[in-house]
Design a protein around this ligand. Structure first.
Ligand SMILES: [Zn+2]
Ligand SMILES: [Zn+2]
Length: 223
């Protein structure tokens, strides 16, 4: 079953140009089985999402992309504001655990690649040291991290895949779509058919999935 775990709508993210109805329609057109809306620090009304789910026939769940001092973190299974804990990761981890959620670092190598399609060597930078990166505190707070992000370059995705092997973690995939065109460009494929939100989170916690980059986005920003 294919899910796009990372998307943004204009209602919850000022940077997006896509209303939620268009997002769900695009997910249906791309034959996805489900989509998670992960607006920046914004909590969707579950009843509204349930309505969309019934009308569309695909699974629609609300998560959040929380900005923290250690980087952006995708959080699923928690339906309340977490903004007050963005600077206190130990407490955030505790609350998410208590509420049965899951935490996934979004595009954890973004600061090392900065959206560039050039290699680091071409930009005059030292090659990245994945062992050093793997020791960053962020990775001790999250269950896993995103390896395929629709706005990342191939170099960034390749390095994230290598990091997932090094840390022995399955990485997720999500388009990070801000417009209809990019929905489904990267997905997470679950081993078992996802029954409901709780089952999605169980599989994410247990690592029963793989990430896939499906198609080349229009450009590296996925616009
Ligand atoms: Zn992000
Ligand atoms: Zn995002």
């Amino acid at each position: 079953m294919e899910f796009d775990l990372h998307t943004h709508t204009s209602q919850g993210s000022a940077c997006s140009r896509m209303v939620i109805e268009d997002l769900v329609q695009a997910a249906c057109e791309k034959k996805l089985d489900g989509v998670c809306i992960t607006d920046h620090d914004y909590c969707w009304d579950e009843r509204e999402l349930a309505k969309l789910m019934r009308a569309s026939g695909i699974q629609v769940y609300g998560g959040v992309e929380l900005s923290t001092a250690f980087g952006e973190i995708l959080i699923y299974g928690v339906h309340q504001s977490l903004l007050h804990l963005r600077d206190n990761l130990p407490k955030l981890v505790q609350l998410v655990r208590d509420l049965g959620g899951v935490m996934i670092a979004a595009h954890p190598l973004r600061s090392d690649f900065l959206f560039s399609t050039l290699t680091r060597e071409e930009r005059g930078l030292d090659p990245i040291n994945l062992e050093e990166i793997g020791r960053r505190p962020l990775f001790s707070f999250v269950h896993t991290f995103e390896v395929c992000n629709g706005r990342s370059s191939w170099q960034e995705i390749r390095a994230a895949r290598q990091l997932s092997l090094l840390l022995n973690k399955k990485g997720t995939g999500g388009s990070d779509a801000h417009s209809k065109l990019s929905v489904g460009s990267c997905v997470t494929i679950f081993e078992e058919p996802v029954q409901n939100e709780a089952h999605l989170i169980t599989q994410l916690r247990q690592g029963c999935f793989k990430a896939k980059k499906k198609e080349e986005s229009r450009n590296v920003l996925g616009m």
